[in-house]
Design a protein around this ligand. Structure first.
Ligand code: 6R9
Length: 649
């Protein structure tokens, strides 16, 4: 395989695909160009079961604040459940596989009952109303999906916090969202051992908190503290609840959820997604990009704590009436054959994971896939970071047996769903390349200065020049930050342009390759970490005077975190090992294990301009071991560069 090789869609697959060839792709794209509102309006009518029809497709009079499908009324939980009951009530909605191999099949009818009971519990016993924020801090168990859908059913806004985040990170998100209820679990299982979540919630709720009640799903039945009047057992209460709950009638633009994500500055922002536009694109991309068929079984390995888990484990698959697999465990446990044994056991047809997982599975079990029956697989997906050609090749040949399309899906928390991706039956694929914008998405690579589309081979910024239904609607509680973070000065036809924060390049055939973030966001194992957040945590160490954090290429994680730390005491580091430990403990406490530094260097100072700005570009180059080519003569103290570089070597 050469990197220039083009992989044509599998013919037999393409014959039955929803989008069968590039002509069909172009027809859709042309229709969107010619009649943007007609394009989206028709799909919205076709895909959504409206309680009341919308009266207007797109209102961009206050752009970048936009409204889609105004006047329309719907309920997202009904979209995902009720409307399937006539034809799919006995179909598996969720197949859950626990860490220890326990399997549970939840049909659409089961899901309906679970979600309604949960919705009634929230409403009747916890006083949760439309518009209230509910924090979900859960392991990967079906109750996490029930909780999300129960919120959607009663119009509450959920905000899931990834179970790997610390009590401080959880506290910040609870406070920012002003949530009144937390749904959590005692814990769950990892590598056949119980681990705990409830104690993290307890710590997050110490002191002043808007949270009045905590619902605890008992999963591992380990002992946990119960605060009387605050903590309630889901398991004890849920059976008494009615399995009928009328869905709340929601406006198209009523918020569905918040999801906090890192930006280049400040604290994580609560990305807000609203009801109709989000669920429409979640469903459409499921259909187009994974091409899931009625009898297929689809598995996305993400965690519901990330956007991928929201859109492509829960909302997208269920909106289209698919069977979605949920996995509690670790994909390399008990060995690197775990995912492939699951492919065999559940006859998985579409498998969706992150490059970091592919690299680890490759490294730990190169020929492991061959031990299993992988013949059910049709489409393989990747998401979260650029995939490197060796990982792509292994995924294609060993996992996909050289017959499955690999869809390298490019998107973000803010985009709600995929925006640039191959279509498995249509797009001739180039390895490690996100290829083309999906139909309806006006994604272009622009020059940030001029706003012009760049030429092939020239690096530019990945942008979207028209609003689209599943785009971020706001940063919770901070209108200005929404405008500032995503809409620069560049306008197209007088309208604001959405900036993704990623760099990208076209090749001579117009294929898009994403080159990575252009801002101070590090992509660690496909997870976004703001350098500012990690720096703020490290600064809490009393002996730290200054710190600068940058990303450094990492063979498995994609990027690792590299910290340059200047200590207050002049006599250097008394005990470097102890200092590193202490700082790591702070990071664990403030953010969580995912933000631990891969490298720490105790530097005598940081390279700064005369105006005091830290030159991260130089620090990035030093971390990579690159030659410094920038002009450093204008730095406040040019000699510092050499000193740090010598330490890093
Ligand atoms: C879905 C998700 C978003 C950032 C994004 C970009 C990177 C995601 C990618 C990719 C290259 C892909 N990213 N998919 N880079 N190729 N296929 O990951 O959302 O957690 O918000 O991260 O991830 O840098 O800006 P999120």
């Amino acid at each position: 395989m050469s990197e220039k090789q083009v992989f044509k869609p599998n013919r037999a697959f393409a014959k039955d695909a929803r989008i069968k060839n590039m002509c069909e792709y172009h027809e859709l794209q042309d229709k969107a160009m010619e009649d943007y509102e007609g394009f989206w309006g028709d799909f919205a009518k076709e895909k959504i079961d409206w309680i009341e029809p919308f009266t207007n497709v797109l209102d961009e009079s206050k752009a970048p604040f936009v409204k889609w499908f105004d006047g329309g009324k719907l309920n997202v939980a009904s979209q995902c459940i009720d409307r399937h009951l006539d034809t799919r009530k006995n179909k598996a909605a969720i197949i859950f596989e626990g860490d220890r191999g326990d399997v549970q099949t939840i049909t659409y009818l089961d899901l309906y009952k679970h979600v309604n009971r949960f919705a009634n519990l929230l409403k009747e016993d916890f006083g949760v109303k439309k518009g209230d924020r509910v924090i979900i801090y859960m392991p990967m168990i079906p109750e996490a999906a029930y909780a999300m859908l129960a919120c959607a059913r009663i119009g509450a806004i959920h905000s899931i916090v990834f179970g790997g985040f610390s009590s401080e990170a959880l506290k910040d998100r609870i406070e920012d969202a002003e949530a009144k209820v937390v749904i959590t679990a005692d814990g769950a299982f990892r590598k056949e051992k119980p681990y705990m979540l409830k104690p993290v919630v307890d710590a997050a709720l110490e002191g002043n908190t808007p949270v009045k009640k905590v619902i605890v799903v008992q999963r591992n039945f380990e002992d946990v503290e119960w605060v009387a009047g605050r903590d309630y057992s889901y398991n004890e209460m849920i059976e008494q609840k009615s399995s009928i709950c009328e869905p709340e009638v929601m406006d198209s633009e009523d918020p569905l959820f918040l999801l906090y994500t890192s930006g280049s500055t400040g604290k994580p922002k609560g990305v807000q997604h609203n009801s109709a536009g989000y669920i429409l694109w979640a469903q459409m991309t499921m259909e187009w990009v994974f091409d899931v068929k009625e009898n297929d079984t689809y598995w996305c390995t993400a965690d519901v704590g990330w956007i991928t888990g929201h859109t492509y484990i829960v909302y997208g698959p269920l909106a289209m009436g698919a069977t979605t697999v949920m996995f509690e465990g670790v994909i390399t446990f008990p060995d690197a054959g775990r995912p492939w044994s699951m492919v065999e056991n559940h006859r998985i047809n579409q498998f969706y994971t992150a490059p970091t997982a592919i690299r680890v599975l490759h490294k730990m079990g190169e020929h492991e896939p061959a031990k299993y029956d992988m013949s059910s697989l049709k489409v393989l997906g990747t998401v979260g970071e650029p995939i490197d050609p060796p990982a792509w090749k292994w995924y294609y040949e060993e996992v996909g047996q050289s017959k499955c399309a690999i869809v390298d899906t490019y998107w973000q928390t803010e985009t709600g769903g995929h925006i640039v991706s191959p279509l498995p039956g249509a797009t001739p694929i180039k390895p490690a390349c996100a290829t083309f914008p999906l139909p309806g998405i006006m994604a272009e690579i622009l020059d940030p200065e001029t706003g012009e589309k760049v030429e092939a081979g020239e690096k530019g910024y990945m942008c979207v020049t028209r609003p689209w239904p599943s785009q971020i609607r706001g940063v919770w509680g901070d209108e200005e930050r929404y405008v500032k973070s995503y809409f620069g000065d560049v306008k197209k036809d007088g309208k604001p342009v959405y900036f993704t924060g990623d760099g990208a390049v076209y090749d001579e055939d117009g294929y898009i390759t994403i080159t990575g973030r252009t801002d101070d966001v590090i992509n660690v194992s496909g997870h976004r970490m703001g350098t500012a957040e990690v720096e703020a945590a490290i600064k809490k160490h009393p002996n730290v005077a200054e710190v600068a954090v940058v990303g450094k290429p990492h063979p498995l994680k994609g990027e690792g975190i590299f910290a340059y730390i200047v200590l207050k005491s002049d006599d250097g580091v008394a005990d470097e090992v102890e200092e590193v430990k202490a700082i790591n403990n702070i990071i664990k406490h403030e953010i969580g294990n995912i933000a631990l530094c891969d490298d720490m260097v105790f530097a005598p100072g940081l390279p700064k301009t005369r105006s005091g700005k830290i030159m991260r570009r130089i620090l990035r180059a030093i971390a990579k071991g690159e030659e410094i080519t920038q002009d450093i003569s204008t730095l406040e103290d040019p000699s510092i560069v050499e000193k740090i570089a010598a330490m890093v070597k």
